[in-house]
Design a protein around this ligand. Structure first.
Ligand SMILES: [Zn+2]
Ligand SMILES: [Zn+2]
Length: 194
């Protein structure tokens, strides 16, 4: 593992700027890996970690930097729940820990640095030195990771009976006796303009 400062340097480069979210994300990922006993996430342990993130904000980029988990490697799973939380899974041991930023950490940051008017600046300073317990709630959890969730899964590819597009990783659904993609099954996030 690198130090907090080293990870913050890496995160600032990857993310484009240093912000409170980077500090929070780096701290969260470092704590998650530490709890799992994973010491070399970019080296010998690089295939050991799968991370679920629950928000698409600054901190998510920092979590990627520390864990090395990426969407394109299938090691980063996004659950869009709008929560500053992440679950770190050790696929070797099956252990998993979910960390959620505590609501009280924002107010605490303000109290620690009342002289700093800018909220982001105050949080950046405070999040570096707060204890893990002040920053995060931690819980051990169990995460089901079926084979199709893993990088390198070679599964059958099916075709949606309605739109004809191919679907990988068993993401098809059965509706009224038909095999459909999730869009055709009603989960569409877009509307075609004809
Ligand atoms: Zn940011
Ligand atoms: Zn379809």
């Amino acid at each position: 593992m690198k130090t907090l400062e080293q990870y913050l340097d890496d995160a600032a480069v990857a993310h484009g700027h240093l912000c409170a979210g980077q500090v929070l994300g780096v701290r969260m990922a470092m704590l998650g890996l530490q709890k799992l006993g994973i010491t070399d996430p970019q080296g010998k342990d690089r295939k050991r970690v799968v991370t679920f993130v629950e928000i698409d904000r600054c901190a998510t980029d920092a979590v990627m930097v520390v864990t090395g988990c990426r969407l394109g490697k299938r090691a980063l799973k996004f659950r869009d729940w709008g929560k500053m939380a992440a679950t770190f899974v050790d696929v070797e041991t099956g252990k998993a820990v979910r960390l959620a930023a505590r609501e009280s950490s924002k107010a605490l940051a303000k109290n620690m640095h009342p002289e700093v008017a800018d909220k982001n600046q105050a949080q950046m300073l405070a999040y570096r030195i707060m204890s893990d317990e002040q920053l995060f709630d931690a819980q051990w959890v169990r995460v089901e990771l079926p084979p199709e969730e893993f990088p390198g899964f070679k599964g059958e590819r099916v075709v949606c009976e309605q739109c004809g597009e191919g679907i990988s990783y068993r993401r098809e659904v059965q509706r009224g006796g038909k095999v459909l993609c999730r869009a055709c099954a009603g989960e569409r996030y877009y509307e075609p303009i004809s």
